[in-house]
Ligand binder design. Structure first.
Ligand SMILES: *Cc1c(COP(=O)(O)O)cnc(C)c1O
Length: 390
């Protein structure tokens, strides 16, 4: 380690509950693979927590998204609407199905997928042909929407589900960053046909790596469970009617999940306290926009994120992150807009206007549940001092 200021990390897991005890139980009993009592226990506990009738565990959030998209019936050559300002996983999962993402802009105030633009795209650019919603420009069938709940906030999911129903589309919510978030009193990920969650190391709760599909539809849950366990039709003869995936979560990961879930209210309380400290410090500061809250949302602030001034360039934002780094503060940009990436160069987008500016201006700050309040205050003060210097 080099000398210098103490490093304050962006996001590190807090494993302060029964993680050791439960993992030891796996090792002591030999249940270390994709069978074992913690997997169904974690699924049941998770389902109860989010208020979904069914939950199916998966190896990671991306696999959960992929399996959920297949389970709602996304087929090769179809299109799926998705946020432009997000981690690449949902767009990749759409491509894994052989379908094509159509990128939707972010709302400038909430940074979430813009429900108004989704409606305008479907009403103006699509038409119903033989009961199917078809994109007039591409001629492809639009099958589903993947609204992303960004940064521990919530998108306008009730409105998106209503628009989707009007056009006969399925909804797979990407709630990977939104564990614990409630919208109008209901947990996000339970509004659409299915919701996908992530328990990656830096997410709100972690299993090392892991994911979950939540759904109210028993048939969809069965289908997702089937697809994530190699589509095995006969467990004795190993007969498979179709191509499945080795996407089942392991028992050790599930043991971590059960332990993390027990502590989740505490992890979330810490996230909210971190957001509160940042919000207080940044209130009224010129040249800085604090993280928004979204309407009707009990937020969990996965990564507390600010915007630099409207005229900031990507270069200046990069320099700002470097200057924070020099003070020991690990900050990072918000997700790179997907429309600018080579794998999606041929994909259609609609009304892209605000997401590239949000990407250019945004800086995510240290937000791990394990941070002490002094570290958060030090991080907030470092932001102010870098801002004055810039
Ligand atoms: C983290 C994340 C995922 C994927 O989760 P993994 O468990 O890392 O596969 C999906 N969508 C969003 C928006 C994410 O932030």
């Amino acid at each position: 380690m080099s000398a210098g200021p103490r490093r304050i990390p962006l996001s590190e897991p807090l494993l302060a509950g029964k993680e050791w005890e439960y993992v030891k139980e796996c090792l002591d009993t030999g249940w270390v693979s994709t069978a074992g009592p913690f997997i169904s226990r974690f699924e049941k506990e998770f389902a109860a927590y989010v208020g979904a009738p069914h939950a199916v565990a998966a190896v990671n959030g991306t696999a959960a998204l992929h399996a959920a998209l297949l389970a709602v019936g996304v087929e090769p050559g179809e299109e799926v609407l998705v946020a432009n300002l997000t981690f690449v996983a949902p767009a990749n999962a759409i491509r894994y199905c052989g379908a094509f993402p159509v990128f939707m802009d972010a709302h400038p105030d909430t940074w979430q997928i813009d429900a108004g633009k989704v409606a305008r795209f479907l009403d103006g650019e699509c038409e119903t042909r033989q009961g199917a919603c078809v994109n007039k420009r591409s001629g492809r069938r639009v099958r589903a929407i993947v609204p992303v709940h960004l940064l521990g906030l919530a998108c306008e999911i009730d409105r998106i589900v209503e628009i989707a129903r009007r056009h006969g589309l399925k909804v797979v919510e990407d709630a990977a960053e939104a564990m614990g978030v409630r919208y109008r009193g209901r947990h996000v990920g339970t509004f659409g046909d299915a919701g996908a969650f992530s328990f990656n190391g830096n997410k709100i709760m972690t299993t090392g790596g892991g994911g979950m599909i939540a759904t109210a539809d028993a048939g969809l849950a069965r289908r997702a469970a089937y697809l994530t366990t190699q589509a095995k039709d006969d467990p004795v003869e190993y007969f498979h009617r179709e191509i499945g995936f080795n996407y089942r979560l392991g028992n050790v990961q599930a043991a971590l999940g059960s332990a993390q879930l027990e502590r989740l209210p505490n992890l979330i309380a810490r996230k909210r306290r971190i957001a509160e400290i940042y919000a207080r410090t940044f209130a009224g500061v010129e040249g800085l926009t604090p993280m928004p809250t979204t309407p009707h949302t009990e937020a969990t602030y996965w990564l507390y994120t600010i915007l630099l001034s409207p005229e900031t360039t990507v270069e200046r934002r990069k320099a700002f992150i470097v200057s924070l780094g020099a003070k020991g503060i690990e900050a990072r940009p918000l997700w790179h807009t997907l429309t600018d990436m080579p794998p999606f160069a041929d994909c259609q987008s609609f009304g892209i206007e605000h997401s590239p500016r949000l990407y250019a201006r945004a800086v995510s700050l240290p937000s791990g549940s394990g941070l002490c309040e002094d570290d958060v205050r030090a991080s907030a003060q470092a932001v102010l001092s870098c801002l004055r210097a810039a």
